[in-house]
Design a protein around this ligand. Structure first.
Ligand code: SAH
Length: 448
């Protein structure tokens, strides 16, 4: 790829700065949004161009924007954003996710929550809070498990709280989970919509995690953090510079990456002095959300399960786009393609700031194996009469578990109260207390 030009505020010629930057992904395309490094030729530009025109006007008027600002506009702009308008998830969308591939995925996650609820002494009430629920499939599968284990949960008051910015996806979720029986919420309440699940559980919709009422909660974020805006930084001879998005002066309505001419507030705040990489992506919004989750868990109890593709602070350039299940140039036809970046779990761990304990990241295939996916597959295979269903079950198992597919690059990561892992007075009398129950998924599942 050509080197990045430095942005020159006068709008004049751009001087090449960095010799190596932003390689385009090169491996074969896949229907799931696999880890960075998997890819193909970028798809051709398209769409109605409304978002591009909007951005071009903005860039011409006030100069280049950070990649984070570009990503936020492209994904969640209230009028033209990708999630706002298209939704993207599912076979007919631009990418497919684990819950859409197999019901087993959501079922095992449902069992994880029940197992944690039991290990934490079966509190009489809990909220299931999902961030970015997509089509609602994952919640649907979890609620089916809750219904099947109703005798275990019988004395527990459960409610569901969905954090979703996309009006289009919230409608799809409402149809999936309630059969469409929802009502807008009066303006003085924080939830913008409410309904009752087909299994009789109250469901509320919010735009922001801060609007979800406090209380003992189990949080879930599956392929959510990867959709949040990232800042990109490049090491240069003159120090760290932020990568910005600008309009190409040579080609009308064509976007390009440039480097900030000097340090930006973000370079100062987000690059660690001990950083050894030459290119770094940081997602401050993910940091803020993890801080909120950690504070809430510390105060009111519960746990958070985060599942996504990502790394532990080692990768560099992972920003990529998807359209029609193919890789798509991130700067072409914004608003018509999904934009995403690998989740940096080391950053999430740091942002929990010790308020909670953290577990993982652990590979998806290890987590699901620990949760008993093999046994669940056997049961489903035995109960399915026709070959087509059995083939489908085996195929989806392979998709989730195969290290070459989703098994290795998707990870699970958890936030748990410290007392869940270390007994408060263990330091004083280590032998006098019974051992704490292992956390399912990160260890083998033991349901008692
Ligand atoms: N969890 C689902 C969907 C993943 S797609 C699945 O695994 O299938 C990302 C989801 O996050 C979508 O529902 C999208 O609308 C939502 N989303 C993206 N940015 C968001 C934001 N800033 N706040 C809340 N939801 C957001």
């Amino acid at each position: 790829p050509p080197p990045l030009p430095a942005f020159s505020p006068a709008g004049g010629g751009a001087a090449p700065l960095s010799p190596s930057l932003l390689p385009l992904p090169t491996a074969p395309a896949a229907a799931a949004r696999l880890c960075s490094g998997a890819g193909s030729e970028a798809a051709a530009a398209g769409g109605d161009g409304a978002m591009l025109r909007h951005l071009a006007r903005k860039l011409r008027a006030s100069g280049p924007v950070t990649v984070a600002e570009y990503m936020r506009e492209a994904l969640t702009n209230p009028g033209q954003g990708y999630y706002t308008r298209r939704g993207g998830v599912g076979e007919s969308g631009d990418f497919i996710t684990s819950p859409e591939i197999s019901q087993v995925f959501g079922e095992l996650i449902g069992i994880w929550y029940i197992s944690e609820w039991m290990a934490m002494g079966k509190p009489t009430t809990f909220q299931l809070v999902e961030l970015g629920p997509g089509r609602g499939t994952l919640t649907e599968d979890i609620l089916r498990v809750f219904k099947q284990l109703a005798s275990v949960l019988s004395k527990c008051d459960v409610s569901v709280h969905l954090v979703e910015v996309s009006p289009k996806l919230s409608e799809i979720q409402a149809a999936m989970l309630t059969g469409g029986k929802v009502q807008p919420n009066p303006e003085d309440e924080l939830a913008y919509m409410k309904g009752i699940s087909k299994t009789g559980i109250p469901i509320f919709w919010y735009r922001d995690i801060q609007d979800v009422p406090p209380g003992y909660s189990f949080y879930l974020a599956h392929e959510f953090f990867d959709a949040l805006p990232i800042h990109k930084f490049q090491r240069t001879e003159k120090g760290w510079r932020e990568v910005l998005v600008d309009i190409d002066p040579e080609v009308p309505d064509q976007l390009r990456f440039v480097l900030s001419p000097s340090r930006t507030p973000a370079t100062q705040n987000f690059i660690q002095p001990e950083e050894t990489r030459d290119h770094v992506e940081v997602c401050p919004e993910a940091g803020v959300i993890v801080q909120r989750l950690a504070s809430r868990i510390e105060k009111d109890g519960g746990a958070a399960l985060v599942a996504d593709y990502g790394h532990d602070g080692t990768k560099t350039d992972t920003f990529r786009g998807f359209r029609n299940h193919k890789l798509h140039d991130v700067l072409s036809a914004p608003g018509t393609a999904d934009l995403t970046a690998d989740v940096d779990f080391s950053y999430l761990r740091k942002m929990a700031q010790g308020k909670t304990a953290t577990l993982g990241p652990i590979k998806q295939r290890e987590f699901l194996k620990n949760m008993g996916i093999d046994l669940r597959l056997q049961v489903l295979l035995q109960n399915s009469g026709d070959t087509a269903t059995r083939e489908q079950l085996l195929h989806s198992y392979d998709m989730l578990m195969n290290p070459e597919k989703m098994g290795d690059c998707f990870n699970f990561f958890a936030l748990l109260p410290h007392h869940r892992l270390v007994h408060p007075d263990k330091k004083d009398k280590p032998e006098s207390k019974s051992p704490l129950l292992p956390v399912a998924g990160f260890n083998e599942l033991l349901l008692k």
